[in-house]
Write a new protein. Structure first.
Length: 555
Protein backbone atom coordinates (compact mmCIF):
# COMPACT_ATOMS: atom_id res chain seq x y z
CA UNK A 1 0.00 0.00 0.00
CA UNK A 2 1.33 3.43 -0.92
CA UNK A 3 1.77 6.05 1.76
CA UNK A 4 -0.04 8.99 0.19
CA UNK A 5 -0.55 12.55 1.28
CA UNK A 6 -3.26 12.39 3.96
CA UNK A 7 -3.62 15.96 5.15
CA UNK A 8 -4.02 16.27 8.92
CA UNK A 9 -5.46 19.74 8.76
CA UNK A 10 -6.33 20.16 12.43
CA UNK A 11 -2.85 19.03 13.51
CA UNK A 12 -1.11 21.34 11.05
CA UNK A 13 -3.29 24.24 12.15
CA UNK A 14 -2.52 23.46 15.79
CA UNK A 15 1.21 23.50 15.15
CA UNK A 16 0.88 26.77 13.26
CA UNK A 17 -0.91 28.35 16.20
CA UNK A 18 1.77 27.15 18.58
CA UNK A 19 4.39 28.93 16.50
CA UNK A 20 2.48 32.23 16.41
CA UNK A 21 4.14 35.25 18.01
CA UNK A 22 1.22 37.68 17.74
CA UNK A 23 0.43 38.84 21.29
CA UNK A 24 -3.04 40.14 20.38
CA UNK A 25 -3.91 36.82 18.82
CA UNK A 26 -2.81 35.03 21.97
CA UNK A 27 -5.27 37.11 24.02
CA UNK A 28 -8.22 35.64 22.18
CA UNK A 29 -10.60 33.48 24.23
CA UNK A 30 -11.78 30.77 21.86
CA UNK A 31 -14.91 28.77 22.73
CA UNK A 32 -13.11 25.56 21.93
CA UNK A 33 -9.42 24.88 21.57
CA UNK A 34 -7.61 21.82 20.33
CA UNK A 35 -4.35 20.75 21.91
CA UNK A 36 -2.33 17.57 21.53
CA UNK A 37 -4.05 16.42 24.72
CA UNK A 38 -7.48 16.31 23.12
CA UNK A 39 -7.06 16.32 19.35
CA UNK A 40 -6.44 12.55 19.09
CA UNK A 41 -8.63 9.73 20.31
CA UNK A 42 -7.39 6.76 18.28
CA UNK A 43 -4.18 5.23 17.09
CA UNK A 44 -5.41 5.63 13.51
CA UNK A 45 -5.52 9.41 13.93
CA UNK A 46 -2.00 9.43 15.32
CA UNK A 47 -0.85 7.33 12.38
CA UNK A 48 -2.30 9.94 10.02
CA UNK A 49 -0.10 12.54 11.69
CA UNK A 50 2.84 10.23 10.99
CA UNK A 51 1.96 10.31 7.32
CA UNK A 52 2.17 14.09 7.45
CA UNK A 53 5.75 13.67 8.71
CA UNK A 54 6.60 11.21 5.95
CA UNK A 55 5.29 13.65 3.37
CA UNK A 56 7.16 16.61 4.85
CA UNK A 57 10.43 14.67 4.90
CA UNK A 58 9.88 13.54 1.30
CA UNK A 59 9.11 17.10 0.22
CA UNK A 60 12.23 18.49 1.90
CA UNK A 61 14.56 15.98 0.29
CA UNK A 62 12.99 15.53 -3.16
CA UNK A 63 11.00 18.72 -3.86
CA UNK A 64 13.11 20.39 -6.55
CA UNK A 65 10.89 23.43 -6.96
CA UNK A 66 10.45 24.02 -3.24
CA UNK A 67 13.93 24.36 -1.79
CA UNK A 68 16.18 26.12 -4.27
CA UNK A 69 15.45 23.74 -7.17
CA UNK A 70 17.77 20.95 -6.13
CA UNK A 71 19.87 22.50 -3.37
CA UNK A 72 19.29 19.58 -0.93
CA UNK A 73 20.43 17.10 -3.62
CA UNK A 74 23.68 19.00 -4.13
CA UNK A 75 23.28 22.00 -6.41
CA UNK A 76 26.24 24.27 -5.83
CA UNK A 77 28.50 21.48 -4.60
CA UNK A 78 31.23 19.52 -6.38
CA UNK A 79 28.61 17.38 -8.17
CA UNK A 80 25.95 19.77 -9.53
CA UNK A 81 26.07 23.36 -10.75
CA UNK A 82 23.60 25.87 -12.12
CA UNK A 83 23.91 26.51 -15.88
CA UNK A 84 25.11 30.02 -16.55
CA UNK A 85 21.95 31.17 -18.28
CA UNK A 86 20.15 30.62 -14.95
CA UNK A 87 22.74 32.47 -12.89
CA UNK A 88 20.07 34.72 -11.35
CA UNK A 89 18.20 31.72 -9.90
CA UNK A 90 20.95 29.52 -8.62
CA UNK A 91 23.05 28.22 -5.74
CA UNK A 92 26.39 28.42 -7.52
CA UNK A 93 27.12 32.16 -7.22
CA UNK A 94 28.22 32.55 -3.62
CA UNK A 95 27.76 36.31 -3.66
CA UNK A 96 24.02 35.54 -3.58
CA UNK A 97 24.16 33.26 -0.51
CA UNK A 98 23.89 34.89 2.90
CA UNK A 99 21.94 34.71 6.19
CA UNK A 100 18.96 36.39 4.50
CA UNK A 101 18.79 33.88 1.64
CA UNK A 102 15.21 32.62 1.35
CA UNK A 103 16.37 29.14 0.31
CA UNK A 104 18.51 28.78 3.43
CA UNK A 105 15.61 29.95 5.60
CA UNK A 106 13.13 27.66 3.87
CA UNK A 107 15.32 24.59 4.42
CA UNK A 108 16.06 25.50 8.04
CA UNK A 109 12.40 26.18 8.84
CA UNK A 110 11.25 22.99 7.15
CA UNK A 111 13.59 20.97 9.36
CA UNK A 112 11.95 22.45 12.43
CA UNK A 113 8.50 21.98 10.95
CA UNK A 114 9.20 18.24 10.74
CA UNK A 115 10.48 18.28 14.33
CA UNK A 116 7.31 20.05 15.49
CA UNK A 117 5.19 17.42 13.75
CA UNK A 118 7.23 14.66 15.37
CA UNK A 119 6.95 16.20 18.83
CA UNK A 120 3.19 16.59 18.46
CA UNK A 121 2.86 12.98 17.33
CA UNK A 122 4.95 11.78 20.26
CA UNK A 123 2.91 13.85 22.69
CA UNK A 124 -0.24 12.16 21.44
CA UNK A 125 1.15 8.63 21.19
CA UNK A 126 2.78 8.70 24.60
CA UNK A 127 -0.09 10.44 26.35
CA UNK A 128 -3.26 9.10 27.90
CA UNK A 129 -6.62 8.86 26.21
CA UNK A 130 -5.51 7.53 22.84
CA UNK A 131 -6.50 3.96 22.11
CA UNK A 132 -4.12 1.73 20.14
CA UNK A 133 -4.87 -1.82 19.09
CA UNK A 134 -1.87 -2.97 21.10
CA UNK A 135 1.10 -1.59 22.97
CA UNK A 136 3.41 -2.87 20.26
CA UNK A 137 1.56 -0.74 17.70
CA UNK A 138 1.87 2.27 19.98
CA UNK A 139 5.59 1.59 20.39
CA UNK A 140 6.02 1.37 16.62
CA UNK A 141 4.27 4.72 16.12
CA UNK A 142 6.55 6.28 18.74
CA UNK A 143 9.55 4.71 17.01
CA UNK A 144 8.62 6.20 13.64
CA UNK A 145 8.13 9.68 15.10
CA UNK A 146 11.45 9.51 16.95
CA UNK A 147 13.15 8.27 13.79
CA UNK A 148 12.13 11.41 11.92
CA UNK A 149 13.02 13.67 14.82
CA UNK A 150 16.45 12.07 14.98
CA UNK A 151 16.94 12.14 11.21
CA UNK A 152 16.05 15.82 11.14
CA UNK A 153 18.26 16.82 14.06
CA UNK A 154 21.17 14.91 12.57
CA UNK A 155 20.64 16.79 9.30
CA UNK A 156 20.47 20.14 11.12
CA UNK A 157 23.78 19.38 12.83
CA UNK A 158 25.40 18.46 9.53
CA UNK A 159 24.19 21.58 7.73
CA UNK A 160 24.11 24.24 10.47
CA UNK A 161 26.10 22.77 13.37
CA UNK A 162 24.82 23.52 16.86
CA UNK A 163 21.11 24.31 16.95
CA UNK A 164 18.36 24.33 19.57
CA UNK A 165 17.10 20.94 20.73
CA UNK A 166 13.32 21.14 21.13
CA UNK A 167 11.89 17.85 22.35
CA UNK A 168 8.41 18.93 23.48
CA UNK A 169 5.44 20.72 21.97
CA UNK A 170 5.69 24.46 22.52
CA UNK A 171 2.72 25.89 24.43
CA UNK A 172 3.60 29.58 24.08
CA UNK A 173 5.96 31.80 22.10
CA UNK A 174 9.58 31.74 23.21
CA UNK A 175 12.48 33.98 22.34
CA UNK A 176 15.23 32.24 24.29
CA UNK A 177 16.02 28.98 22.52
CA UNK A 178 19.65 28.25 23.30
CA UNK A 179 21.97 26.55 20.82
CA UNK A 180 23.36 23.18 21.82
CA UNK A 181 26.73 22.17 20.43
CA UNK A 182 26.98 20.24 17.21
CA UNK A 183 28.16 17.17 19.13
CA UNK A 184 25.21 17.44 21.53
CA UNK A 185 22.77 17.56 18.62
CA UNK A 186 24.35 14.47 17.05
CA UNK A 187 24.16 12.71 20.42
CA UNK A 188 20.47 13.61 20.82
CA UNK A 189 19.74 12.08 17.43
CA UNK A 190 21.76 8.98 18.30
CA UNK A 191 19.93 8.55 21.62
CA UNK A 192 16.54 8.74 19.88
CA UNK A 193 17.59 6.15 17.30
CA UNK A 194 19.13 3.70 19.76
CA UNK A 195 15.97 3.84 21.87
CA UNK A 196 13.71 2.67 19.02
CA UNK A 197 15.62 -0.18 17.36
CA UNK A 198 13.61 -2.94 19.01
CA UNK A 199 10.32 -1.31 17.99
CA UNK A 200 11.01 -1.17 14.24
CA UNK A 201 10.45 -4.19 11.98
CA UNK A 202 13.20 -5.81 9.93
CA UNK A 203 11.00 -5.57 6.83
CA UNK A 204 7.52 -4.28 6.09
CA UNK A 205 4.67 -5.04 3.72
CA UNK A 206 3.99 -1.29 3.49
CA UNK A 207 6.66 0.15 1.18
CA UNK A 208 7.85 3.49 2.41
CA UNK A 209 7.49 2.76 6.11
CA UNK A 210 10.60 3.03 8.25
CA UNK A 211 12.36 -0.23 9.10
CA UNK A 212 15.15 -1.14 11.50
CA UNK A 213 17.83 -1.02 8.81
CA UNK A 214 17.05 2.65 8.13
CA UNK A 215 17.63 3.51 11.80
CA UNK A 216 20.85 1.50 11.87
CA UNK A 217 22.05 3.31 8.75
CA UNK A 218 21.40 6.69 10.36
CA UNK A 219 23.17 5.57 13.52
CA UNK A 220 26.21 4.74 11.43
CA UNK A 221 26.04 8.12 9.70
CA UNK A 222 25.56 10.14 12.88
CA UNK A 223 28.22 8.25 14.85
CA UNK A 224 30.57 8.89 11.91
CA UNK A 225 29.61 12.58 11.98
CA UNK A 226 30.13 12.66 15.75
CA UNK A 227 33.54 11.04 15.36
CA UNK A 228 34.57 13.71 12.86
CA UNK A 229 33.37 16.45 15.21
CA UNK A 230 35.04 15.04 18.33
CA UNK A 231 37.99 13.04 16.87
CA UNK A 232 36.74 10.07 18.88
CA UNK A 233 37.68 6.62 17.55
CA UNK A 234 34.98 5.04 19.72
CA UNK A 235 32.39 6.86 17.63
CA UNK A 236 33.95 5.41 14.47
CA UNK A 237 33.73 1.94 16.04
CA UNK A 238 30.01 2.47 16.57
CA UNK A 239 29.62 3.71 13.00
CA UNK A 240 31.26 0.53 11.76
CA UNK A 241 29.15 -1.61 14.08
CA UNK A 242 25.80 -0.19 12.97
CA UNK A 243 26.74 -0.22 9.29
CA UNK A 244 27.79 -3.86 9.64
CA UNK A 245 24.41 -4.69 11.19
CA UNK A 246 22.84 -3.57 7.90
CA UNK A 247 25.47 -4.88 5.50
CA UNK A 248 26.06 -8.28 7.12
CA UNK A 249 22.74 -8.81 8.89
CA UNK A 250 21.25 -11.07 6.23
CA UNK A 251 18.36 -8.83 5.18
CA UNK A 252 20.11 -6.73 2.55
CA UNK A 253 22.51 -7.48 -0.29
CA UNK A 254 23.67 -5.77 -3.46
CA UNK A 255 21.77 -6.57 -6.63
CA UNK A 256 24.30 -8.17 -8.96
CA UNK A 257 22.20 -9.43 -11.88
CA UNK A 258 19.32 -8.14 -14.01
CA UNK A 259 15.99 -7.99 -12.19
CA UNK A 260 12.54 -6.51 -12.07
CA UNK A 261 9.92 -5.19 -14.44
CA UNK A 262 12.19 -4.67 -17.46
CA UNK A 263 14.93 -7.22 -16.89
CA UNK A 264 14.49 -8.83 -20.29
CA UNK A 265 15.18 -5.69 -22.30
CA UNK A 266 18.46 -6.08 -24.20
CA UNK A 267 21.37 -3.71 -23.89
CA UNK A 268 20.69 -2.74 -20.30
CA UNK A 269 22.32 -3.71 -17.00
CA UNK A 270 21.61 -4.12 -13.31
CA UNK A 271 22.42 -0.50 -12.45
CA UNK A 272 19.86 0.64 -15.04
CA UNK A 273 17.35 -1.78 -13.54
CA UNK A 274 17.77 -0.18 -10.11
CA UNK A 275 16.00 2.97 -11.31
CA UNK A 276 13.04 1.58 -13.23
CA UNK A 277 9.41 1.91 -12.20
CA UNK A 278 8.35 -1.02 -10.04
CA UNK A 279 11.92 -1.94 -9.03
CA UNK A 280 12.67 0.48 -6.19
CA UNK A 281 11.26 -1.18 -3.07
CA UNK A 282 12.51 -4.12 -1.05
CA UNK A 283 9.08 -5.68 -1.57
CA UNK A 284 9.76 -5.53 -5.33
CA UNK A 285 12.65 -7.95 -4.86
CA UNK A 286 15.29 -5.22 -4.62
CA UNK A 287 17.47 -6.40 -1.74
CA UNK A 288 19.61 -3.28 -1.59
CA UNK A 289 16.62 -1.01 -1.00
CA UNK A 290 16.61 -0.08 2.69
CA UNK A 291 14.05 2.72 2.73
CA UNK A 292 12.19 4.58 -0.01
CA UNK A 293 10.01 7.60 -0.67
CA UNK A 294 6.71 6.65 -2.22
CA UNK A 295 5.48 8.29 -5.42
CA UNK A 296 2.61 7.26 -7.66
CA UNK A 297 0.69 8.83 -10.54
CA UNK A 298 -2.57 7.62 -9.05
CA UNK A 299 -1.74 9.46 -5.83
CA UNK A 300 -1.11 12.64 -7.82
CA UNK A 301 -4.51 12.29 -9.46
CA UNK A 302 -6.01 11.79 -6.00
CA UNK A 303 -4.55 15.09 -4.79
CA UNK A 304 -1.04 14.34 -3.55
CA UNK A 305 0.82 16.84 -5.70
CA UNK A 306 4.17 15.88 -4.17
CA UNK A 307 3.98 12.22 -5.22
CA UNK A 308 6.26 12.75 -8.20
CA UNK A 309 9.88 13.30 -9.12
CA UNK A 310 10.51 16.46 -11.12
CA UNK A 311 13.81 15.10 -12.39
CA UNK A 312 13.07 15.25 -16.15
CA UNK A 313 12.17 18.93 -15.91
CA UNK A 314 14.92 20.21 -13.64
CA UNK A 315 17.73 17.70 -14.22
CA UNK A 316 17.55 17.10 -17.97
CA UNK A 317 19.59 19.06 -20.55
CA UNK A 318 18.12 21.27 -23.27
CA UNK A 319 19.21 19.29 -26.31
CA UNK A 320 16.46 20.96 -28.37
CA UNK A 321 18.72 24.04 -28.47
CA UNK A 322 21.05 22.11 -30.78
CA UNK A 323 20.48 22.82 -34.46
CA UNK A 324 18.94 19.66 -35.91
CA UNK A 325 17.58 18.38 -32.59
CA UNK A 326 14.05 19.07 -31.44
CA UNK A 327 11.32 17.96 -29.10
CA UNK A 328 10.70 17.12 -25.46
CA UNK A 329 10.10 13.39 -25.84
CA UNK A 330 11.92 10.33 -24.59
CA UNK A 331 14.78 10.63 -27.08
CA UNK A 332 15.95 13.85 -25.37
CA UNK A 333 15.13 12.78 -21.82
CA UNK A 334 11.81 14.58 -21.53
CA UNK A 335 10.93 18.22 -21.08
CA UNK A 336 14.26 19.34 -19.65
CA UNK A 337 14.88 22.96 -18.70
CA UNK A 338 18.34 22.50 -17.12
CA UNK A 339 18.03 24.07 -13.70
CA UNK A 340 21.12 22.21 -12.67
CA UNK A 341 23.82 20.33 -14.50
CA UNK A 342 26.73 17.99 -13.73
CA UNK A 343 30.06 19.55 -12.84
CA UNK A 344 33.22 18.46 -14.66
CA UNK A 345 33.70 15.98 -11.81
CA UNK A 346 30.47 14.10 -12.47
CA UNK A 347 30.36 14.61 -16.22
CA UNK A 348 33.87 13.41 -17.10
CA UNK A 349 36.55 13.27 -14.40
CA UNK A 350 35.29 10.36 -12.32
CA UNK A 351 34.68 8.33 -15.49
CA UNK A 352 38.27 8.47 -16.73
CA UNK A 353 39.22 4.91 -17.79
CA UNK A 354 42.29 5.01 -15.55
CA UNK A 355 39.96 4.82 -12.54
CA UNK A 356 36.65 3.62 -14.02
CA UNK A 357 37.45 1.24 -16.88
CA UNK A 358 34.49 -1.05 -17.48
CA UNK A 359 32.28 0.74 -14.93
CA UNK A 360 28.68 0.23 -16.05
CA UNK A 361 27.55 3.28 -14.08
CA UNK A 362 29.39 5.49 -16.55
CA UNK A 363 28.45 3.56 -19.68
CA UNK A 364 26.24 4.87 -22.47
CA UNK A 365 23.44 2.74 -21.02
CA UNK A 366 23.36 4.85 -17.86
CA UNK A 367 24.83 8.17 -19.04
CA UNK A 368 23.71 8.98 -22.57
CA UNK A 369 26.36 11.17 -24.13
CA UNK A 370 25.52 10.47 -27.78
CA UNK A 371 23.08 13.00 -29.25
CA UNK A 372 21.17 11.98 -32.38
CA UNK A 373 19.79 14.44 -34.93
CA UNK A 374 16.00 14.01 -34.85
CA UNK A 375 14.56 17.12 -36.51
CA UNK A 376 12.88 16.22 -39.84
CA UNK A 377 13.47 19.80 -40.96
CA UNK A 378 17.09 18.74 -41.49
CA UNK A 379 16.70 15.56 -43.59
CA UNK A 380 20.40 15.38 -44.47
CA UNK A 381 21.28 15.16 -40.77
CA UNK A 382 18.40 13.02 -39.54
CA UNK A 383 19.56 9.94 -37.65
CA UNK A 384 23.19 10.97 -37.53
CA UNK A 385 25.33 11.62 -34.46
CA UNK A 386 25.76 15.26 -33.47
CA UNK A 387 29.51 15.95 -33.43
CA UNK A 388 31.17 17.44 -30.37
CA UNK A 389 31.92 20.64 -32.25
CA UNK A 390 28.18 21.27 -32.71
CA UNK A 391 27.51 20.48 -29.06
CA UNK A 392 30.12 23.04 -28.08
CA UNK A 393 28.54 25.67 -30.34
CA UNK A 394 25.09 25.05 -28.86
CA UNK A 395 26.45 25.11 -25.32
CA UNK A 396 28.45 28.30 -25.74
CA UNK A 397 25.41 30.54 -25.64
CA UNK A 398 23.77 28.75 -22.76
CA UNK A 399 26.81 28.17 -20.55
CA UNK A 400 26.14 24.68 -19.32
CA UNK A 401 22.71 23.54 -20.53
CA UNK A 402 23.99 20.91 -22.99
CA UNK A 403 25.21 17.87 -21.07
CA UNK A 404 24.65 14.10 -20.95
CA UNK A 405 21.36 12.48 -19.97
CA UNK A 406 21.66 10.56 -16.70
CA UNK A 407 19.17 7.75 -17.19
CA UNK A 408 18.55 7.33 -13.46
CA UNK A 409 16.72 10.69 -13.56
CA UNK A 410 14.39 9.98 -16.46
CA UNK A 411 12.55 7.21 -18.31
CA UNK A 412 11.62 6.16 -21.80
CA UNK A 413 8.13 5.19 -20.60
CA UNK A 414 6.47 8.35 -19.32
CA UNK A 415 3.14 8.05 -17.52
CA UNK A 416 0.11 10.32 -17.63
CA UNK A 417 0.42 11.66 -21.16
CA UNK A 418 -3.25 11.03 -21.84
CA UNK A 419 -4.11 12.89 -18.63
CA UNK A 420 -2.16 15.99 -19.64
CA UNK A 421 1.34 15.25 -18.36
CA UNK A 422 4.14 16.62 -20.54
CA UNK A 423 7.19 14.52 -19.65
CA UNK A 424 8.30 16.91 -16.92
CA UNK A 425 7.83 14.35 -14.13
CA UNK A 426 8.29 10.70 -13.41
CA UNK A 427 6.14 8.88 -10.90
CA UNK A 428 8.38 6.18 -9.55
CA UNK A 429 9.51 5.76 -5.99
CA UNK A 430 12.85 7.19 -4.89
CA UNK A 431 15.54 5.76 -2.67
CA UNK A 432 15.93 7.41 0.71
CA UNK A 433 18.58 4.87 1.77
CA UNK A 434 20.23 2.33 -0.49
CA UNK A 435 22.73 -0.29 0.73
CA UNK A 436 25.74 1.10 -1.20
CA UNK A 437 25.51 4.27 0.88
CA UNK A 438 25.73 2.19 4.06
CA UNK A 439 28.79 0.43 2.64
CA UNK A 440 30.36 3.79 1.84
CA UNK A 441 29.74 4.98 5.41
CA UNK A 442 31.57 1.94 6.75
CA UNK A 443 34.41 2.48 4.29
CA UNK A 444 34.78 6.05 5.50
CA UNK A 445 34.73 5.01 9.15
CA UNK A 446 37.43 2.41 8.48
CA UNK A 447 39.52 5.05 6.70
CA UNK A 448 39.15 7.56 9.52
CA UNK A 449 40.38 4.89 11.95
CA UNK A 450 43.43 4.34 9.74
CA UNK A 451 42.31 0.96 8.34
CA UNK A 452 42.51 1.66 4.62
CA UNK A 453 42.63 -2.03 3.71
CA UNK A 454 39.15 -2.60 5.15
CA UNK A 455 37.99 0.62 3.51
CA UNK A 456 39.24 -0.61 0.13
CA UNK A 457 37.46 -3.96 0.60
CA UNK A 458 34.20 -2.09 1.20
CA UNK A 459 34.73 0.19 -1.78
CA UNK A 460 35.42 -2.81 -3.99
CA UNK A 461 32.11 -4.41 -3.05
CA UNK A 462 30.48 -1.53 -4.92
CA UNK A 463 33.06 -1.24 -7.69
CA UNK A 464 32.90 -4.97 -8.39
CA UNK A 465 29.12 -4.85 -8.73
CA UNK A 466 29.67 -1.99 -11.18
CA UNK A 467 31.98 -4.33 -13.16
CA UNK A 468 34.83 -1.85 -12.84
CA UNK A 469 38.13 -3.50 -13.74
CA UNK A 470 40.12 -1.02 -11.63
CA UNK A 471 39.73 -1.94 -7.97
CA UNK A 472 40.76 0.19 -5.01
CA UNK A 473 43.91 -0.51 -3.06
CA UNK A 474 44.67 0.60 0.48
CA UNK A 475 47.07 3.17 -0.96
CA UNK A 476 44.30 4.71 -3.08
CA UNK A 477 41.94 5.43 -0.21
CA UNK A 478 41.49 8.95 1.08
CA UNK A 479 38.50 11.22 1.61
CA UNK A 480 38.58 12.43 -1.99
CA UNK A 481 38.52 8.84 -3.28
CA UNK A 482 35.52 8.06 -1.06
CA UNK A 483 33.69 11.23 -2.12
CA UNK A 484 34.35 10.42 -5.77
CA UNK A 485 32.95 6.93 -5.29
CA UNK A 486 29.86 8.38 -3.61
CA UNK A 487 29.42 10.59 -6.68
CA UNK A 488 29.68 7.61 -9.04
CA UNK A 489 27.19 5.51 -7.11
CA UNK A 490 24.84 7.97 -5.40
CA UNK A 491 24.64 11.00 -7.70
CA UNK A 492 21.30 12.70 -7.07
CA UNK A 493 20.38 10.23 -4.33
CA UNK A 494 22.51 11.37 -1.40
CA UNK A 495 22.08 14.78 0.19
CA UNK A 496 25.49 15.98 -1.03
CA UNK A 497 25.54 19.14 1.08
CA UNK A 498 25.04 17.02 4.22
CA UNK A 499 27.89 14.76 3.15
CA UNK A 500 30.34 17.58 2.42
CA UNK A 501 29.55 19.80 5.39
CA UNK A 502 29.71 16.99 7.96
CA UNK A 503 33.32 16.50 6.82
CA UNK A 504 34.32 19.76 8.52
CA UNK A 505 37.45 21.69 7.70
CA UNK A 506 37.60 23.02 4.14
CA UNK A 507 36.55 19.82 2.38
CA UNK A 508 33.40 21.35 0.89
CA UNK A 509 34.91 24.60 -0.36
CA UNK A 510 38.09 22.93 -1.61
CA UNK A 511 36.12 20.53 -3.77
CA UNK A 512 33.74 23.22 -5.00
CA UNK A 513 36.67 25.38 -6.07
CA UNK A 514 38.39 22.41 -7.72
CA UNK A 515 35.42 21.19 -9.74
CA UNK A 516 33.39 24.35 -10.37
CA UNK A 517 32.10 24.65 -13.92
CA UNK A 518 32.03 28.44 -13.99
CA UNK A 519 34.68 31.06 -13.32
CA UNK A 520 32.08 33.11 -11.45
CA UNK A 521 31.61 30.28 -8.96
CA UNK A 522 35.25 30.28 -7.92
CA UNK A 523 35.60 34.08 -7.98
CA UNK A 524 32.51 34.48 -5.77
CA UNK A 525 33.69 31.83 -3.28
CA UNK A 526 36.17 34.17 -1.59
CA UNK A 527 35.73 32.78 1.92
CA UNK A 528 35.83 29.41 3.67
CA UNK A 529 32.84 27.79 5.35
CA UNK A 530 31.83 24.35 6.56
CA UNK A 531 28.29 25.17 7.70
CA UNK A 532 25.37 27.00 6.15
CA UNK A 533 24.58 30.43 7.61
CA UNK A 534 22.06 30.55 10.42
CA UNK A 535 19.04 32.40 8.97
CA UNK A 536 19.05 35.96 10.24
CA UNK A 537 15.39 35.67 11.15
CA UNK A 538 16.21 32.85 13.58
CA UNK A 539 18.90 34.97 15.25
CA UNK A 540 16.53 37.94 15.48
CA UNK A 541 13.62 35.94 16.91
CA UNK A 542 15.78 34.52 19.70
CA UNK A 543 16.23 38.03 21.06
CA UNK A 544 16.57 36.99 24.71
CA UNK A 545 19.74 35.00 24.07
CA UNK A 546 22.79 35.43 21.86
CA UNK A 547 23.13 33.34 18.71
CA UNK A 548 26.49 33.71 17.02
CA UNK A 549 26.50 33.52 13.24
CA UNK A 550 28.36 30.53 11.80
CA UNK A 551 31.96 31.26 10.78
CA UNK A 552 32.46 32.75 7.34
CA UNK A 553 29.06 34.39 7.04
CA UNK A 554 29.64 37.66 8.94
CA UNK A 555 30.60 39.55 5.81
Amino acid sequence: MKIINIKVFVLVSLLTLMGCNDDEFLKEDPKTFYTTDNIFSSGTQVDQSLITIYNADRRLRTGNNTFGRGVPQGKGTDTFVTPGFRRGDNFSDYSNINPDDSRISAMFNEHYRIISYANATLSAAEGEGVNFESESIRANVVAQAKFFRARTYGSLAQLWGGVSIVSEVASEPRFDYVRSTRAEVYQFAIDDLEAILSDLPETTDQPGRVVKGAAQHLLSEFYLSLGIETSNNAAYDQAIKYASDVIDGGTYSLMTSRFGTRMDEPGKDVYWDLFRLGNINYADGNTESVWTYQNDFGAVLAGDGDAKLEHPRYWMPVWRRITGVTGVAEDVGGRGVAYFAPTPLTETIIWDPSISDGDIRGSETNIRRTVIYNDPSFPDLLGGVVPQSELDIANAGLDGSIYPIYEKFTTNMFEGLEEGQNRSNIFRDRYAIRLPETILLRAEAHHRKGDNLSAAIDLNMIRSRAQCTVLATAGDVDIDYILDERARELLGEEMRWNTLLRMGGTVAVDRIRTYAKHDWTTTSLTFDFNLFPIPQGVIDRNKDVVWEQNPGWNR
